[in-house]
Design a protein around this ligand. Sequence first.
Ligand SMILES: Cc1cc2nc3c(=O)[nH]c(=O)nc-3n(C[C@H](O)[C@H](O)[C@H](O)COP(=O)(O)OP(=O)(O)OC[C@H]3O[C@@H](n4cnc5c(N)ncnc54)[C@H](O)[C@@H]3O)c2cc1C
Length: 496
Amino acid sequence: MNKYDVIIVGSGLGGLECGAILSKEGFNVCVLEKNELFGGCFQTYTRRGRLLDTGIHYVGSLGEGQIMNQYFRYFGIMDKLDIRRLDEACFDRICYNNTTYDFAMGHERFVDTLSEHFPTERENLRRYTSILKDVGNLINVDSLKKGLFTNGGFQYFEMSAAKTIADITSNPTLRNVLAGSSLLYGGVKEKSTFYHHGMVNNSYIEGAYRFVKGSMQVSDTLIEVIRSNGGTVRNNSEVTRIIVEDEQAKGVIVNGGERIEGRYIISNVHPKRTFELTDKSRSIRNAYLSRINSLENTYGVFTLYLIMKKDTYPYINRNTYIHGNKNVWYDKTEHIGTTRSCMISSQTSLLNGDFAEVISILTPMYMDELLEWENTTPEKRGDAYRRFKEKKANDILAFLAEQGISFDGQVEAQYTTTPLSYRDYTATVEGSAYGIIKNYKYPQAGFISSRTKIGNLLLTGQNLNLHGALGVTLTSMITCAGLVGEEYLAKKVGNA
Ligand SMILES: Cc1cc2nc3c(=O)[nH]c(=O)nc-3n(C[C@H](O)[C@H](O)[C@H](O)COP(=O)(O)OP(=O)(O)OC[C@H]3O[C@@H](n4cnc5c(N)ncnc54)[C@H](O)[C@@H]3O)c2cc1C
């Protein structure tokens, strides 16, 4: 069989969700993944028998009646997932200026908890959560039932996250605390939109959950859905060309040889990479390509995984964001080569839920720090790269020790990844963590439609609108609505 209704390039969350939606709708789909493991950033790999997540530490709006829960219910996977609700009293802890501030679940409780530190700011905190809710409510289950995936909200793309927070409160500490988890969206003070800040923060305040056995379970269950609907999902199948003839996408070339034909092609790969793979055509204008190629991407992430000795370090049912600077927003000029902020996330043990099996420590990193190795490939980057990673890991541990956090005697082994790992495994441009930056100053420039000028070539994934589990799922819906109709699909999802 080498002819399908829909060929999907890439098996990240976006590709698998498009495959699941369209196979449920009777399309004969084929998802092609270049790597051995499926899932892209929703991939979990094993070291020393422990599960290491590549790109998911927690997911929001997964509670009953919430939007992510509804999406997963529609896919038929919600009840198959092994998830754990983070601590309601504190799902995120922000450590700033030698004090800890807890983010509690539920908007009221969030206000109450922070008001203990900022008693005169209660009203401002109410205004803050109210505007977060406004952003979050742009996508909700009621709208789905009415046949709409989103209620617009473009105005929030034009609003600066930092400035909106500053307009809400003049208290400098509270401003930093509210922006304390901006690593979640690649936050940069001069660029980040309030849409991204609002969507991400609101979803976690609504309901924050962790995948107990790694995020790969989402990929595995979506693959089951596709296969049970007669679809094909193939690994080790790199799309090396998207064939365009007579201004129509005809199919793809896999691994430089095999030709597979499709009526539609959906690319889950970064748009810049997608158009590098696509045959030149009159329909895709140079001006469009120049725009795509010139768009900036978010910073990448350096991750230090600590494999903990059995039953030594308690599992902590929240994430911690540690800031060593007065300004919590990541500033490349100030931070490069040093570690002044990071996020810590624990993974519970499969055998004993009271102890952490793996602790992931994440800190922003741009490719600028890795230029020496930019022309290398995985496992062949040499000793200097290994030493660089070791030094970075030691810097992180020294920074944490300064902040009073130590893992001495409890670590069995450690592993690291850099933006180069993401560039080479998931083909994200410059190893960016979340893809194309949406800059509130130029909101139109960063907005990429799922439709292209080649009518049967569509885009999906984190670069289009919003990244993360929530953003990518919303975009998958919008991409597939292009084939089956928005009102029809939204109502189906809303009534699932
Ligand atoms: C370190 C890190 C931590 C994160 N933490 C969170 C979190 O806690 N919560 C959250 O919601 N989000 C988090 N995110 C973001 C989230 O993981 C991503 O936004 C999301 O998974 C991206 O999904 P995607 O489908 O757009 O792309 P990807 O996951 O990048 O998938 C793209 C897929 O395409 C494949 N591919 C590329 N080129 C080809 C080709 N030529 N042929 C075939 N296949 C190809 C790749 O191998 C990959 O499988 C995190 C991201 C990172 C990097």
